[in-house]
Write a protein that binds this ligand. Sequence first.
Ligand SMILES: C[S@@+](CC[C@H](N)C(=O)[O-])C[C@H]1O[C@@H](n2cnc3c(N)ncnc32)[C@H](O)[C@@H]1O
Length: 256
Amino acid sequence: MSVFNSLYADQYDELYAAKGYVQECDLIEQAVALYGGTRPSTVLDVGCGTGGHAIELANRGYAVSGVDLSQPMLDRAATKAAALPAGRRPSWLCGDARDFDTGEQHDLAIMMFAVVGYLTKNDDVLQALRNIRCQLKPGSLFLCDFWYGPSVLSTRPTDRVRVMSSGEGRVIRAASTELDIVAHTADVTFKLWTLAGDRLVGETSETHRMRYFFPQEFSLFLASAGFEMKSISAFPTLDGELDENAWNAFVVASAI
Ligand SMILES: C[S@@+](CC[C@H](N)C(=O)[O-])C[C@H]1O[C@@H](n2cnc3c(N)ncnc32)[C@H](O)[C@@H]1O
């Protein structure tokens, strides 16, 4: 796999240190309370990355299975999860959303932080949603967020540079984006430089092809995969209006 390689995975938690994983887990629990009824026991986190949601949910008492395509991201997740009591740690599986198999049916599935956007072709989206559906009990919820097409097209991504402290040194990240408005994709090129003092100690570059979605097409994908869309709102809310300023949409769907 060409993205989320070892160097990028090493810096991932620093890059997204400000992301509100605890608040997002509150949002997940609110969605379940509103649309799911009973508290789930088992949670499937598809594209779990370094475990931001998986570990927080495990800490709240859920039995979590985390799946990701990137072994370096899973290695980071497992290292962090070692701080949890042994019986509470999530299980980790290196696999593709389109064909992984946990061998179980879960009570809730999540796919957070635009993971579904990494599935850029219609067939890939359908294959992944169908595979997730097979590993959920009927009536269970599936929650995900994605780049919201109307906002992407009206706001247009801009080039960005961030400089962050990292231990004794710094990380510089430059991101530039090219849209393909026919394919509904954005190629985001991340360049990353790791500095110790003034010395360059690491350098990497990755292009992430991300798909953005529109509400009607996503509802159709869900229906074709055996889900019913219950709600779509501005992320990270359950009732925020989706307008051109809402970069991310949050979807709650139920397994039929
Ligand atoms: C932006 S990160 C999100 C990670 C995590 N959910 C979070 O909120 O921090 C996207 C993750 O999706 C994973 N991913 C991308 N394509 C995937 C696929 N086809 N199957 C499983 N994981 C995938 C990447 O390896 C990466 O860890």
